[in-house]
Unconditional design. Structure first.
Length: 263
């Protein structure tokens, strides 16, 4: 069965900018490939799958990568959505992009939907595309409190009984990969969540929407993932790809004299 994969890659990349790295995150090159390419290669795409890329028009991601990605994934139907301005969070960006693409194409809204960030890698597992119940949130054991967390049911560890954003209710953290049984069901709940006006530090996240779904009696699963690679900050990127900050800048055409080192 075909699926929709949506990558919201339209953020400001603030932590890279603060480290003197002016390149949009999806276009940052590490070991010869952009971060968007590294992330997309984690998926196993089947014929007739749809890939939606939500990017900032001013970042020039489409101009830079459209032909390259079509050559890398010739079996894919690739759809671009270019935002004119930054939206408040992943949920808002995803909802707007998905609605626009569905309105302007013949994509079946009953297809399953996977949403993933452009700054995390993982090992693909077939069950990630098979969403039972309303949704899934892929998780792995992690330290710290800067993640979304899922608390498993003691009677069924694959099912969540609670999900929290930036609050450590278990050691199972989201990698930013969310699955929904259908694109239509995602949009229904996304609109409800956005209309409620609830935000965290001014942003709309997907995890709180999943918690609301649990309260309403919907099922959210917690598939475990392996081989997780995190490259959302300069420090994480350098560690993940075994680079130092100076070599990363050099690979991206930046000079030490014109940009402040962040490492």
């Amino acid at each position: 069965m075909a699926k929709i994969v949506l990558i919201p890659a339209a953020g400001a990349g603030r932590r890279f900018q603060e480290s003197g790295f002016p390149i949009p995150k999806p276009l940052i090159v590490a070991k010869g490939q952009t971060l968007l390419e590294h992330t997309l290669k984690c998926f196993h795409f089947a014929d007739e799958d749809h890939l939606i890329l939500a990017v900032q028009r001013q970042h020039g991601v489409r101009e830079r990568l459209e032909t390259k990605l079509q050559n890398l994934f010739p079996q894919l139907n690739i759809h671009w959505f270019e935002l004119e301005q930054l939206l408040p969070g992943q949920l808002a960006t995803t909802k707007v992009a998905l609605e626009a693409i569905l309105q302007n194409t013949d994509i079946d809204p009953s297809l399953p939907l996977l949403i993933h960030n452009c700054d995390t890698g993982f090992q693909w597992q077939p069950e990630l595309a098979s969403i039972k119940g309303f949704a899934s949130m892929a998780v792995f054991p992690a330290e710290g409190t800067h993640w979304s967390f899922g608390q498993p049911d003691p009677q069924d560890s694959q099912q969540a009984i609670a999900i929290a954003e930036k609050r450590r209710i278990s050691d199972l953290a989201s990698i930013g990969l969310y699955g929904f049984s259908t694109a239509k069901s995602f949009l229904n709940e996304a609109n409800n969540s956005l209309n409620s006006g609830d935000t965290l530090r001014g942003e709309h996240y997907i995890a709180p929407m999943l918690q609301k779904a649990l309260i309403q009696g919907m099922k959210v699963s917690l598939p475990r993932v392996h081989g997780v690679k995190i490259y959302g900050t300069p420090e994480e990127l350098c560690q993940c790809f075994n680079l130092n900050f100076e070599s990363l800048k050099t690979e991206n055409g930046l000079t030490s004299s014109s940009h402040q080192s962040g490492n």
